[in-house]
Structures are given as C-alpha cells and as structure tokens.
Design a protein around this ligand. Sequence first.
Ligand SMILES: [Zn+2]
Length: 145
Amino acid sequence: MGKKEIDDRFKKFGTVSFTAMSKVNDFIDYLEEGKVMATRCTHCGQSFFPPRADCCGCLTSDMQWFEVNGRPGKLMTHSLMKFGPVGFEDDLPYSIAVVDFGEFKVFGRLAPELSEEEVQAGMEVEVKANQLPNGQLNYVFVKKD
Ligand SMILES: [Zn+2]
C-alpha cells in the first residue's frame, strides 16, 4: 500500500494557519509567485475571494482562477489591532481592513509600512502577496499608485 499524499500547502498561509487542507491549495503556489488569485464560476460568473473550489450559487466545481493583484479596490473600513489572538503577538500592532473590489469584498491586513495618518476610508488600494518574517505567506493591502 502506498503512503497517502496529503495536500497540506495551505498550512503556509497566514501568521498562524487554521486550514492545512484545502481544495484551493493552488492559492499558495500563486502567492509564492507573487500573485493573489480568486476563483470565478465558469457557469454563472460569480467570483470568490478567498477562492472557493465550489460555487455556492450553482453547486458546480468548474472554477477558473483570475488575478486580483493590480486591481484597484476601495478601502471601506480599517481598524488598528493592539491585541491579537495567540500566535499573532509578534505581528502587533497591525491594521485589519475590508476592501471593496466591486465583484467581491476582501478582508485582510493593511501593509505595515502604511502609516495610520495616510490611511483613509475611501482611498484606493490594491492587494499584494506578502511573506511574513516567519516565512509564512499572506496578502496585504497597499496604496494603489
Ligand atoms: Zn456558479
């Protein structure tokens, strides 16, 4: 009997990864290439970020990947975190934010180099693949230039 291969690429995501196994593990490979990707249902056109392998609209699994980085998004709200859950202590303080990309909204972190003073609701931002000091991957929002 061969050893069962477990696809656990998703454990590389986030400061502390909560999902080691996922049907959308290609997301991690794309992050390593510097791409932040979402999925779109080829049947109904609905898009998903974080990417999903199955469409909740028409229950198919015919999804296509597309790039989110580079698109302009609008910062809707943000909040500076001074206390974090276990495992996030070394990252503090950091700002979490919600960005509206039109087709979908994305929850994530603001890039640490953005100062509180320059961050304003309504400003144009884009999402960027990011490597954390501990080697883990995530994505952050940066000012759109
Ligand atoms: Zn669909």
